[in-house]
Design a protein around this ligand. Structure first.
Ligand SMILES: *Cc1c(COP(=O)(O)O)cnc(C)c1O
Length: 399
């Protein structure tokens, strides 16, 4: 038996969509890229979406287009994948890690507020909060704070397509809808909600940013007659800024479009799985994240916090259960340590790291598999095993 912590789901429809793209006239940047962008914008509720080659290039373009340059200081969380911080380094900026809130596991706004109030105005240029594991960060509060200090916000929503929070006007705000963040960033790595192989997306509501991003995605080149400085004829284009080749292919877009059809069902199934884990671990020493009524979690990950994490990790791996640790705090990575970051700088994230374990969470996880996982974890801690597969089987047979 092997159950991974996350797994993509490729259906016959996905395969035929990709085959159809392969047989079409376009492989890269054809009509499917545009279609994927429109469909994704519609899904998250933003005005614009820009497809790119992966989540990391999406972050790079976001940092770049918002003006990150040598010396720019940007605040982010240590509890994320390294790429969130690295995008600032790509632009020769400086990353400032601020600790997390122990309940939501997202960037602690009070610590960010304190940091901003203790530094001269203009010290920082932006904030990159991450909706960790799929828990939507309170972007309304971050927007208010960012506006007080004239900062931009990039929402790293790689874990959270489909997540929502209720804002102060009682409106559900979906991650990536452009309401509070300047830009949001998504990844279509196979372990994420929507799989393209490699793929990423930026979303926003600002037309100017949208047009700049389209240009940066493809070498800084434009053919738009209204933007050209000269025009020599039909062949003519200008490279007006230093851009990149960060394009998504039509092949990957075909897969993305097909996957997007099932995205909402996937989130619902993830929630169902989470509810069963929540119930199973309630009243035990195994701690999971509490989700209040004004939050709809997208459950990219299901994280438990436990004593003796390393032994549990080794035990579950020996039983074929693919568990993983998300994440070793980024400020403790050797690269950032060289820049002066130390153990003790973000104690909440560091303490969380000692206890956390991501257990299997993906829409095609079967009920039997989930029962096996729950029973293994509970028996490891000598907790009463409340689920009994064989008994249920017998009941199913006699029923
Ligand atoms: C996956 C991920 C990324 C990077 O996305 P890629 O598509 O793998 O480049 C960035 N941030 C977070 C939080 C992620 O989980």
């Amino acid at each position: 038996m092997h159950i991974p912590y996350g797994r993509q789901n490729i259906t016959a429809e996905d395969i035929s969509a990709v085959v159809k793209a392969l047989k079409s006239d376009y492989l890269t940047q054809g009509p499917l890229v545009k279609q994927f962008e429109e469909k994704f914008a519609n899904y998250v509720g933003s005005k614009y979406a820009i497809a790119v080659s992966n989540g990391t290039t999406a972050l790079h373009l976001a940092a770049k287009v918002l003006g990150t340059k040598k010396g720019s200081k940007v605040i982010t969380t240590p509890l994320t994948f390294a790429a969130t911080a690295n995008c600032i380094e790509y632009c020769e900026g400086e990353v400032h890690f601020t600790d997390i809130d122990p309940d939501t596991l997202t960037l602690d706004i009070n610590k960010v507020r304190k940091l901003l109030s203790e530094n001269p105005r203009g010290t920082f240029s932006g904030i990159i909060p991450v909706s960790f594991a799929g828990y939507p960060v309170d972007l309304e509060a971050f927007r208010k704070l960012a506006d007080e200090y004239g900062l931009w916000i990039i929402e790293d929503a790689c874990h959270s397509p489909g997540a929502r929070f209720l804002d102060s006007s009682n409106t559900w705000q979906k991650c990536g809808n452009g309401q509070y963040a300047d830009l949001s960033v998504f990844s279509f790595h196979p372990v994420k909600h929507i799989a393209c192989g490699e793929g990423g997306m930026l979303t926003c509501n600002d037309e100017k940013l949208y047009k700049l991003l389209l240009e940066l995605r493809t070498h800084g080149i434009t053919k738009d007659p209204s933007l050209l400085l000269e025009n020599h004829g039909g062949w003519y284009y200008e490279m007006q800024t230093l851009g990149y080749n960060y394009r998504l292919t039509d092949i990957a877009s075909a897969l993305g479009i097909s996957q997007l059809d099932r995205a909402e069902n996937g989130v619902q199934r993830r929630k169902e799985i989470a509810r069963i884990y929540d119930e199973a671990f309630a009243d035990t020493t195994i701690k999971s994240v509490f989700v209040p009524n004004d939050i709809e979690h997208a459950y990219h990950l299901y994280v438990i916090q436990v004593k003796d994490r390393k032994s549990l990790y080794d035990y579950l791996i020996s039983k074929g259960i693919g568990v993983q640790v998300h994440y070793y705090p980024v400020h403790l990575m050797p690269y950032y340590k060289i820049k002066g970051w130390r153990k003790g700088d973000c104690p909440v994230a560091e303490n969380y790291y000692e206890q956390c374990l991501s257990i299997p969470m993906f829409p095609t996880l079967s009920s039997d598999e989930q029962v096996t996982i729950i029973n293994l974890i509970k028996s490891f801690y000598n907790e009463k095993v409340s689920y009994n597969t064989s008994k249920r089987r017998k009941q199913e047979i006699t029923a």
